[in-house]
Design a protein around this ligand. Structure first.
Ligand SMILES: Cc1cc2nc3c(=O)[nH]c(=O)nc-3n(C[C@H](O)[C@H](O)[C@H](O)COP(=O)(O)OP(=O)(O)OC[C@H]3O[C@@H](n4cnc5c(N)ncnc54)[C@H](O)[C@@H]3O)c2cc1C
Length: 388
């Protein structure tokens, strides 16, 4: 006998888990199908930054609405998300000062806890940083990072407590459509029926959408990160930072590590099945870059490197909408920044699926048609894409 659910979510990453949690909160019985194990995709490799500094208002709103979950996780979801408040600094080079101010103004209008601070303030917050290449920075005192795998597990556990299900080691291979509406999926572990199917398949999202005849512009994006053990002089740690001038972000990890990623180091294209191994030259580049901002890191020690992958769209913004046959939804294309927004995205997608419209945040800007209509999303002061 074919098993049934109210909604089938393809993908057990942070997005699939968040959507399952919010659907279950609304009284539905969602089923999450995961080809490998929970958080084995982008989510398990994610750097986990939780910050609100976006240049596009709907994304800033999603990040801000999500922040309330990370801050109040135990009451809102249950379990642990590992949120660690470190403060967040967004550094831009001098010639991008107008962009910085305009972004902060928009974020303050949204209600985000952010402010402009001077280079002297940054030197007080992070005494080991070089501060001679900018005059101002944006500072979010409440931001930091969280644990992506732990957050996913907590959302899924909360979904299961409310009637949701997870099937792991189960690859979805076909979507059955009857009379213009999704009816069931076939998997390596049998068939499951539901009137709703959601593509939350990360780097695999294009292949999943193709099963209902949709051509979704999600390509594979690969990203390397390094963990460096800080020298004793830096044991006190530092804030979480996006350093635009050095095309780099970094944050503390635990007591004495620093996690670093480079924004101009992304590999785009190819297949999601490729082996995920950091590029040979990556370590040299990362050490050079972090020492430009924190010279004392020259005495640090490499702990490890890793590579992860996500689905990226042409404007590096997600696709959140109904598309194709009735009952089919896209919840994908997070373009390397979809951890911190996942709680609110899950709430919005559940509202869209159950009530026809998202109310937590207006997500109408993230429709699929923007690509065919040539209306790519861009922040009002964006001068280049994040990943380059
Ligand atoms: C190295 C790295 C660092 C990052 N850092 C940050 C950060 O600091 N902050 C931030 O906000 N974001 C960050 N991101 C982005 C963020 O992690 C992702 O956007 C987010 O995890 C995407 O979640 P997801 O659930 O959509 O995808 P995934 O976690 O990739 O989940 C998709 C799942 O779908 C499954 N699947 C695929 N096809 C099928 C199928 N046919 N049947 C069944 N299951 C299937 C896969 O196995 C996978 O587990 C980073 C990403 C990477 C890779």
């Amino acid at each position: 006998m074919i098993e049934t659910a109210d909604a089938i979510v393809i993908g057990g990453g942070i997005q699939g888990a968040s959507l399952a949690f919010h659907l279950a909160e609304k009284g539905l019985r969602p089923l999450v199908i995961e080809r490998s194990t929970l958080a084995s995709g982008a989510t398990g490799r994610s750097s986990g930054l939780v910050r609100m500094h976006y240049d596009l208002e709907p994304e800033a709103r999603l990040a801000w609405a999500s922040f309330a979950y990370f801050r109040d996780w135990r009451e809102r979801v249950g379990g642990e998300c590992g949120f660690t408040r470190t403060g967040f600094l967004q550094l831009y080079p001098r010639d991008a000062a107008a962009r910085l101010r305009s972004n902060v103004e928009m974020q303050q209008r949204v209600g985000i806890s952010t402010m402009l601070v001077s280079a002297d303030d940054v030197a007080r917050l992070a005494p080991a940083f070089r501060t001679d290449d900018f005059d101002e920075a944006a500072y979010e005192p409440e931001s930091g990072y969280a644990d992506p795998s732990g957050s996913t597990a907590a959302l899924l556990a909360a979904a299961r407590e409310r009637g949701g299900r997870l099937v792991q080691g189960c690859e979805m291979t076909a979507i059955r459509v009857e009379c213009g509406r999704v009816a069931a999926v076939d998997t390596t572990r049998g068939s499951f029926s539901a009137p709703v199917v959601v593509d939350a398949a990360g780097a695999w999202a294009r292949g999943v959408a193709a099963l209902v005849g949709l051509d979704v512009p999600v390509t594979v994006w690969r990203h390397d990160t390094a963990f460096i053990r800080r020298p004793r002089a830096l044991r006190l740690g530092h804030p979480t930072v996006i350093d635009d001038g050095n095309a780099m972000y970094f944050r503390p990890e635990g007591r004495d590590l620093t996690l670093i990623g480079l924004e101009d180091d992304a590999g785009i294209g190819g297949e999601p099945e490729e082996v995920l191994r950091p590029a040979d030259e990556f370590v040299g580049r990362v050490v050079d870059r972090i020492c430009r901002r924190i010279p004392a890191m020259a005495d640090g020690e490499l702990q490890s490197t890793q590579r992860g992958q996500d689905g990226i769209t042409p404007d590096q913004r997600p696709i959140l909408c109904a598309a194709g046959p009735d009952g089919f939804y896209l919840d994908c294309g997070f373009s390397g920044t979809g951890f911190k927004t996942a709680p609110a995205v899950g709430a919005c997608m559940a509202e869209l699926i159950v009530g026809g419209r998202a109310t937590t945040v207006d997500i109408s800007a993230f429709g699929l048609e923007r690509f065919s209509e040539g209306r790519l999303l861009a922040g009002s002061h964006e001068d280049r894409p994040m990943w380059r």
